[in-house]
Design a protein around this ligand. Sequence first.
Ligand code: HEM
Length: 345
Amino acid sequence: MTAFVRLQNRRRFLETHFDYLALAPAAAAIGYPFLLDAFHAVVGTQTVSLPPLAIANATFILIAAFVVPFLGIVLACRPTPNPGSRRLAYASVVSPTLYVFLGVVQALIKSPIPDEVAWCAIWLAIAIWSQSARGPVAAAVPAVGDWRVVHGVTAAVLFLYVVFHLTNHLFGLMGPDAHATVMKFGRVVYRSAVGEPVLVAAMLFQVRTGLFLAWRWSAAAHDFQRTYQVASGAYLSVYILGHMNSVFVYARSFLGIPTDWNFAIGAPTGLIHDAWNIRLLPHYALGAFFVLSHLASGLRVVLIAHGVDQRSADHLWGVCVAMSAIVAAAIVAGMCGVRIGALAS
Ligand code: HEM
């Protein structure tokens, strides 16, 4: 039986039977904050050294939290006939950053409702919508016109800021002073009277074009690489909106605090031992990881369009994804207190 016939049979099966797996992304997303709560229950608020069993438990729980967005990517690849189910899977990918966004909005409006309760209500609503939103069968390659080109050109410009910004955070591995020195240098450009509005406008434009492309591409099933590109773009769209809300609205306007190293690491408690801050760890790690690997996905498409054979382009993409993971892990390690000097001695 050819792969095509198998795919058709699977489609027919899903059209005639209720697709229980379609709701798995919502179940995983609903469980996400409870995994973070469980992590906090294990590590507590004190920076005392934990017994090995507690460290193993905490690591396992944190890995389970990281599985939620990647499960969403895998499920978004499925050839389901309902685009709502596929979009639900894509939506679950953004869970780590959406949960931070929700927490900040809850703080801004001084909501008395616990974040977990609001979160469950939101996901139940999204799950119900996903099963009622049935659309016509979509074309495998959507009509997105010049939007792809526009999105790619803006990305090439924003790449400069992103590389500087992430390099700045890598300096955290040398300590807060090194991080502050590099930031002071960069702020001359990106926080200038011209630089900042241009940067913010370009970011918002990128989110707008990115969400448009993601909506179009998510109407049909695609191979893993394309699904990954759409999913990482969806994550970044929510990440950028939430991140700018945290920096400009919450920190600088609402709290009136500087957006420095202490703000980023959730001082004084830090990322690991605070019940709220632990959500920042997957949020930041995946923000850095997805922005770099999403750029690699764009590069892969451009290379293939310019005649590079797919195997070589895929190989390069794989290398870039691995490097993105290393950079993201290094940034978060620095934010959690790991120092290069300490590792060398
Ligand atoms: C580990 C990951 C990240 C951390 C810890 C982080 C943290 C921060 C901090 C502390 C600021 C304030 C900077 C300042 O006051 O000068 C900031 C600003 C900003 N970040 Fe990030 N960021 C991260 C990743 C990203 C990514 C991946 C993007 C884009 C996709 C991004 C986009 C921005 C933008 C647009 C601003 C506003 C810059 C301005 O002040 O004008 N960040 N970030």
